[in-house]
Design a protein around this ligand. Structure first.
Ligand code: ADP
Length: 710
């Protein structure tokens, strides 16, 4: 039965385990908190970064737009110069007139700063619509329409106009001239007057310079014929038809450059075709000029397309900021409105997204780098979501960490209702965010588990030690009672016999001798017992020493058996010494074995074994002490009895100190439980070993094995 644990142990266990469990709980709680704190920290960082970006982006935007407008203006001026006429283009509101001779150098230094950009493929950046889109004034591509001036012509003037056209058609030149002159004098619309002048000039066979003059003048007022054709275009066509030399003088070049650098009309394509035909292919300068003219025309066509897309309904005002697609390219447009008298002007800036976006992204890169890569940044600008940095892309389901609205205006639209732009930081990859945390959870969790396990193991160890200690204490208590018990009986009988002798109650020589022998025998037993106890105490304290000297083992065994014989005889047990043939020349004769050993100690060990054998032998049985040699040439000292033997599971434990078989109350044999532990200590100190085994018939066999070369 296991000894009961003291009640204080439960308290001690609680004191060990409770702090560990408390710490573990706190650790797990703190980890959970840390996850929330991590999220909060990322949110705060995102919000702070977006605030920085909201300040940075308008500046970056302004810088990018202004740089583009500047480069585009310089490029356009250069192309216009190449086309034959240098004038600061009036549509370039933001680029002040740059002297002609500085254009090339300025464009070169712009390119050195910003790199080359294919402006030729894009519409001019800076533009305005002077009034509501003049749809019926003939400068639109598509089917020409009857112009307003003609539709609204008063009845009488309409008749006069028909008469003029009729006279001109049937070849009545004088009549036609007269009618025209009359028509012009009357109070008529300026557009009607321009048309009349045009007919007049045609009839008077005006020269190239006249037509060029006309083309220049009419283009600025956008006059159309009653059939919707632009008068300036028709005048230019006349000039081209009359240009006999096929070479253009400076005025001609200037008019061409001006004409193709304006919104296209139905005349643009036929006029360009005529210019192409008239340009000598072997003249590189002329070809470069043609190229410049085509570039101007292309950019103008793109502006028109862009305006068309931007303001599909002339009654509607275009948005302040927007994106449009023109010929497969994406543009960012900012529009401002200006009223002058009753007219509404639309001022705009067009910047290709291929220019704007990389600059946006570059300008925010440093600030964006403050955020971990699992946070994606987006700019909601005029209905378009622009990723502000590459990395992990957010999905629409990604959680929004922070949002910041700010006002983005340009010099065009500063006075319009504030265009609001939104910046958003999204959690693109929660896994990446929590990876760090997960590692910490594993580490801390692992440490907590280890700490709990270590505490539990420590507690278990303490429990085992405590149990062992309790068991030992019990054994020690038993030992003390056994020793007292073992001492009491012999001392009582010695005292009785000594009293009898001293009071001369014992008479007769034989009786007196018997008493003396008994007293001596009891005293020897007592001193044997005390010797064992003292030895045990020395062993425990580590003070036990062995004096090894050459000793004859055979003689020692013989003497010990002789000494123990009377004791055995007293108990009705026959003690015999045997010697095997493998150690003695004649069986039974004890040979000499010179060994280096502590004779007293080995004798004590043998006495203990014989004492046990005798104690456990039934009456009239024999105890045999034998000396033999094992197969591996070791000397074996065997003590064999016919007692009850020892069950296999206890054969090791009987060598433990204080161990005695059976319960203390039911023990039939005397003893104090240290005999065998002393035997083992002595034998092992001599480099040998001792063990117990079954005897085939019945009983125990204890064997001490010693090295014969000791
Ligand atoms: P004890 O003083 O009790 O004999 P020991 O250490 O000598 O102490 O022996 C331990 C126990 O081993 C004994 O209590 C006994 O039960 C058992 N024992 C020892 N020798 C024998 C034997 N020859 N036959 C049976 N049991 C034995």
């Amino acid at each position: 039965m296991r000894p009961a644990l003291p009640r204080t142990f439960a308290t001690q266990a609680a004191l060990i385990l409770l702090p560990v469990l408390l710490l573990a709980t706190y650790g797990l709680w703190a980890l959970g908190k840390e996850r929330a704190a991590l999220e909060e920290e990322i949110r705060e960082r995102s919000s702070a970064t977006l605030q920085l970006l909201a300040r940075e982006l308008p500046r970056a935007f302004d810088e990018a737009v202004n740089a583009y407008v500047e480069g585009d203006g310089l490029y356009h001026a250069q192309v216009r110069k190449d086309a034959g006429q240098f004038i600061p283009n009036p549509v370039f509101r933001r680029s002040p007139g740059i002297p002609e001779n500085e254009i090339a150098a300025k464009l070169a230094s712009w390119r050195a700063l910003h790199g080359d950009f294919p402006f030729a493929d894009h519409p001019a950046a800076d533009w305005y619509v002077a009034d509501r889109w003049p749809r019926d004034d003939g400068w639109k591509t598509g089917v020409p329409e009857v112009p307003a001036w003609f539709r609204e012509l008063p009845e009488d003037q309409f008749k006069d106009w028909q008469a003029i056209e009729h006279a001109a058609a049937v070849g009545q030149r004088d009549e036609a001239l007269r009618l025209i002159n009359e028509f012009i004098v009357g109070p008529i619309d300026t557009f009607a007057e321009h048309n009349a002048q045009f007919l007049l000039r045609r009839m008077e066979h005006a020269g190239v310079q006249d037509w060029l003059q006309n083309a220049w003048e009419y283009s600025s007022v956008d006059v159309a014929t009653p059939s919707g054709l632009p008068l300036s275009g028709l005048a230019l066509l006349r000039a081209l038809d009359l240009n006999a030399t096929n070479r253009f003088d400076d005025t001609f070049k200037a008019v061409l450059a001006m004409w193709f650098d304006q919104p296209p009309s139905v005349m643009t394509a036929p006029l360009m075709a005529r210019v192409v035909v008239l340009t000598p292919t072997d003249d590189s300068e002329a070809m470069a000029r043609l190229d410049a003219l085509q570039t101007l025309a292309r950019r103008q066509r793109q502006i028109t397309l862009q305006r068309d897309r931007l303001i599909p309904d002339p009654e509607k005002t275009p948005p302040a900021l927007t994106w449009i697609d023109v010929e497969g390219r994406e543009y960012f447009i900012s529009c401002g409105l200006a009223t002058d008298q009753d007219n509404l002007h639309i001022l705009g800036t067009t910047v290709p997204s291929t220019w704007l976006l990389p600059r946006f992204q570059k300008s925010v890169a440093d600030v964006a780098a403050l955020l971990p890569e699992f946070v994606s940044l987006h700019l909601e600008l005029a209905g378009r979501s622009i990723p502000l940095r590459s990395g992990i892309d957010a999905t629409p389901e990604s959680a929004v960490l922070a949002r910041e609205n700010f006002v983005l205006t340009t010099s065009d639209n500063a006075d319009r209702t504030e265009p609001v732009v939104t910046l958003e930081a999204r959690l693109a990859s929660p896994t990446a965010m929590y990876r760090l945390h997960a590692r910490r959870v594993w580490m801390t969790g692992g440490l907590i588990v280890l700490a709990v396990l270590a505490a539990a193991f420590g507690l278990w160890q303490t429990l085992c030690t405590l149990r062992r200690q309790l068991a030992l204490n019990e054994l020690k208590t038993n030992f003390v009672s056994s020793v007292s018990h073992e001492l009491r009986a012999p001392i009582a009988s010695v005292r009785l016999m000594a009293e009898n002798l001293s009071q001369r109650k014992v008479t007769g020589e034989a009786k007196t001798a018997e008493y003396s022998r008994l007293i001596e025998q009891e005293c020897r037993r007592l001193s044997g017992l005390i010797e064992n106890v003292l030895d045990y105490s020395r062993i425990e304290q580590g003070r036990k020493q062995y004096d090894l000297e050459p000793t004859d083992l055979g003689a020692l065994v013989e003497e010990t058996v002789r000494l123990m014989k009377p004791y055995a005889g007293e108990r009705g047990v026959a003690l015999r010494l045997e010697c095997e043939a493998n150690v003695a020349e004649h069986p039974g004769s004890i040979p000499q074995f010179e060994l280096n050993l502590d004779g007293r100690a080995i004798q004590q060990a043998l006495i203990n074994l014989i004492d046990n054998a005798v104690k456990h032998s039934p009456a009239n049985a024999a105890v045999v002490v034998r000396l033999d040699r094992s197969a591996n040439d070791m000397l074996r000292l065997v003590v064999e009895d016919c007692g009850p033997g020892i069950p296999a599971d206890e054969r090791e434990r009987i060598f433990d100190r204080f161990y005695r078989r059976g319960s203390e109350l039911r023990r039939e044999t005397p003893g104090i439980g240290i005999g065998l532990s002393i035997v083992r200590h002595i034998v092992e100190a001599h480099g040998g070993r001792v063990w117990m085994e079954d005897v085939a018939s019945h009983g125990s066999r204890f064997i001490i094995e010693l090295n014969a070369d000791n």
